[in-house]
Design a protein around this ligand. Structure first.
Ligand code: ZN
Length: 214
């Protein structure tokens, strides 16, 4: 017998009882006028890193795309289907979001699989292929001397944010709007254990605690 998860039914009832009454008019308005979020977040599928929870947003505020290790591929207009590119195309050209945030996080399983060079999980090796876009041809990603495994993984988790930001600029419709000052690209990193958020200071190439910039 197939049973819809009880946790979800309970959750929906809680939503319908507690949250919906205060947000009903907002939902109605969004339904009639359509969505117009100003921010797109590209995050990881990880169940601990929910952008709507972390940023405490309501309906219609965030256009969210989640995938393994919050990666953006390079612009590849070919005959294949590209999910990330489709979401980006819509967010940037139709919704005209003003900000795109790449949200990386600690203890990322995708990054861990990548640094551990795990064996393919299935013949399709979908994670392996997905993660391989993280490195450029000829690039070597290795643990440095005097770097612990934890430090190495953290460095690569943050590097994934940098790489995604770099790859975003390979999309002509992104680059054009960034250059016109109509779109800003940001990086952030979520520390799961502490629930801490770090925001990328692009000039300094460093993640700085969001608690310092209230
Ligand atoms: Zn992850």
């Amino acid at each position: 017998m197939i049973t819809f998860p009880q946790r979800l039914l309970d959750g929906y009832h809680a939503f319908a009882t507690n949250r919906l009454p205060t947000e009903q008019s907002r939902y109605r308005e969004l339904s009639e006028r359509g969505q117009s979020p100003e921010v797109m977040v590209i995050g990881c599928c990880d169940s601990r890193v929910s952008p709507e929870v972390i940023f405490d947003v309501g309906p219609g505020e965030l256009f969210v795309l989640r995938n393994i290790a919050n990666l953006v591929p390079i612009y590849q207009p070919d005959a294949n289907a590209h999910g990330v590119s489709a979401a980006l195309e819509y967010a940037v050209t139709v919704l005209r979001v003003k900000h795109i945030v790449i949200l990386g996080h600690a203890q990322c399983g995708g990054i861990r699989a990548f640094v551990d060079k795990i064996e393919p999980l299935t013949p399709g090796d979908f994670i392996g292929r997905w993660m391989s876009m993280f490195i450029k041809p000829g690039e070597v990603v290795e643990q440095r001397e005097h770097e612990s495994m934890a430090e190495f993984v953290t460095r690569i988790e943050k590097a994934a944010v940098f790489r995604s930001l770099e790859n975003l600029m390979t999309f002509p419709f992104v680059r054009t709007r960034v250059e016109r000052g109509e779109l800003q690209l940001h990086g952030a990193y979520f520390g799961v254990a502490e629930g801490s958020l770090f925001v990328l200071d692009k000039a300094a190439k460093q993640f700085k605690s969001a608690s310092d910039s209230e």
